[in-house]
Ligand binder design. Structure first.
Ligand SMILES: C[S@@+](CC[C@H](N)C(=O)[O-])C[C@H]1O[C@@H](n2cnc3c(N)ncnc32)[C@H](O)[C@@H]1O
Length: 501
């Protein structure tokens, strides 16, 4: 197969995916007692990388890393290669080809990422993906493989079946997508199951490429966790842990003196039971070679050696004096109820430091200091602090990473955005990647402003240019309003680490 026509016709929105970034993956692995390699100088392989929206920002962040992407759709692979060439990044390349036929001399990788690939390819390619992991993982390397889980997909299967059955498979991907939108309207009128109706509403607003490739593509093969783990076993691989947010974790007491190896069977059974109990439909599995040290369920003690970042806000005045529950939300809109005063303080401290990351001892000390500053006399119990932080980390309200880092730079007199952000902003179809590998949802004026930040213009000159350009496009705004908007945007860019020192 020379190319994958469906992805040529309807390319995937190629975005940075925070849960795949190796410093986060390494931190999660460490929570599971597994010592993953230094991400800053790692060899990183991404399978099915689309046009590199996830891989390229990683390569830019870590100049000493070496990043290789593999992509079967010629259109996407070539778009990624052209972008890399324009950026002039020497440590990343995208190979056009089949992950099932990789050149033998690719060598070993510390991180292998395959997001949105495993469940959506033919069975032979699924096996090949595990073969690649076994052949190309370094001894302590970690693979990230996401997959659709049978426990949650059982309820959604009628929706995919109806979409596949009521649309014409011979149509081009864009034409079939249009037909699918009409079928969703029909199903909305016909069906009463609340779970399916919720999914219909979601699919109507989702990106066209998502609807097509998730619900109409030839392959979408959800698998039970048990079968996934058994296939890992058959390929000389082993489960390390979960990189997605979780409402519950499996906790196993080593009460019978079992070694981690002996616990693995019970742990995996408990993970499978959790999927059924919570109707889990998607997993982001971390995987290692079977001959590497055995991982175990995550343990809060491991937090002490990690660092943390969070971008949370609370719309109410934060009450540190009482243990009343307050809702904190991240920019993606996910809510995290927090009651413990110390955790509210920690959320505030991390959010003020964002995109910087604080090491555990510094976060603990800053939390103690904030509690004291607010006149809260009670001494902070470290065990309770650790457990509270652990819950937030598992839910991904707070993100773990492997080392502390400082925050972004403030807007300078003549603001200058880094080269990657400016290129992403000016090329249609590319998404701007913010600090911590988040996809930024910028409107047209925001992209325009970012593209102008080459360090040659003062903030005032930028505001005047924005004012004139907006007027040209029919948006007549007072200069003062555009000035205020320009300032706000610049501070947002600064918070997202887009501005050069
Ligand atoms: C659902 S998309 C996911 C893209 C990207 N990883 C992401 O999550 O945004 C799956 C990607 O895998 C690619 N793909 C499918 N089969 C492949 C194969 N055998 N070898 C390499 N890439 C493949 C597709 O072309 C497509 O870009």
């Amino acid at each position: 197969m020379d190319t994958l026509a469906s992805y040529d016709e309807l390319p995937y929105d190629s975005l940075p995916l925070p849960e795949t970034q190796p410093d986060f993956v390494a931190a999660v692995a460490r929570l599971h007692g597994f010592d993953a390699p230094d991400p800053t100088r790692a060899r990183i392989l991404e399978l099915g990388c689309a046009s590199g929206g996830n891989l390229i920002p990683l390569a830019r962040r870590w100049p000493e890393s070496e990043c290789v992407g593999v992509e079967l759709s010629r259109v996407q692979a070539e778009a990624g290669a052209a972008f890399i060439q324009r950026l002039g990044l020497p440590n990343v390349c995208i190979l056009h080809g089949d992950l099932a036929a990789l050149p033998d001399d690719l060598g070993e990788f510390d991180y292998i990422i395959a997001h949105g690939v495993f469940s959506w390819v033919p069975p032979k390619v699924r096996q090949a993906l595990f073969d690649v992991c076994r052949r190309h993982l370094s001894p302590q390397g970690i693979s990230y493989v996401s997959f659709n889980v049978a426990a949650g997909w059982r309820r959604l299967q009628p929706l995919r079946d109806a979409l596949v059955g009521r649309t014409a498979s011979g149509l081009s991907a864009p034409a079939r997508f249009e037909q699918a939108l009409r079928v969703l309207d029909e199903l909305d009128a016909e069906w009463t199951d609340p779970a399916l109706r919720k999914e219909i509403a979601y699919l109507k607003s989702a990106a066209p490429s998502y609807l097509f490739h998730e619900c109409l593509a030839e392959f979408n093969a959800p698998m039970s966790f048990g079968e996934f783990a058994a296939q890992l076993d058959a390929h000389g691989l082993r489960y390390v842990g979960e990189a997605g947010p979780r409402r519950a974790v499996v906790e196993l007491e080593d009460a019978w003196g079992l070694t981690p190896e002996g616990m693995a069977g019970r742990w995996l059974d408990a993970e499978a039971a959790l999927d059924e109990a919570e109707a889990i439909r998607f997993r982001r599995a971390l995987i290692a070679r079977a001959d590497a040290a055995c991982a175990r369920p995550p343990a809060s003690e491991a937090l002490a050696a990690l660092a943390f970042h969070a971008d949370l806000r609370c719309d109410d005045e934060i009450d540190l004096g009482t243990a009343c529950e307050q809702a904190f939300a991240n920019p993606a809109g996910n809510a995290f109820p927090i009651a413990e005063p110390a955790m509210k303080a920690a959320a505030m401290i991390l959010s003020m430091a964002y995109p910087g990351a604080l090491a555990y001892p510094d976060l603990l000390a800053a939390t103690r200091q904030m509690m004291a500053d607010y006149g809260i006399a009670e001494t902070l119990d470290e065990a309770a602090f650790r457990e509270g932080l652990f819950r937030l980390v598992v839910a991904q309200g707070v993100m773990p990473t492997v080392s502390a880092t400082s925050g972004g730079s403030e807007p300078a007199e003549r603001p200058c955005a880094h080269d990657l952000a400016r290129l992403q902003a000016t090329l249609p179809g590319w998404v701007v990647s913010g600090a911590r590998h988040v996809a930024m949802d910028l409107d047209a004026p925001g992209r325009l402003l970012l593209g102008l930040l080459d360090g040659s213009r003062t903030v005032d000159e930028l505001a005047v240019m924005m004012h004139a350009t907006l007027a040209d496009t029919g948006q007549e705004l007072p200069l003062e309003a555009v000035r205020a908007m320009t300032h706000r945007q610049l501070w947002l860019f600064a918070r997202q680490g887009l501005l050069a020192e």
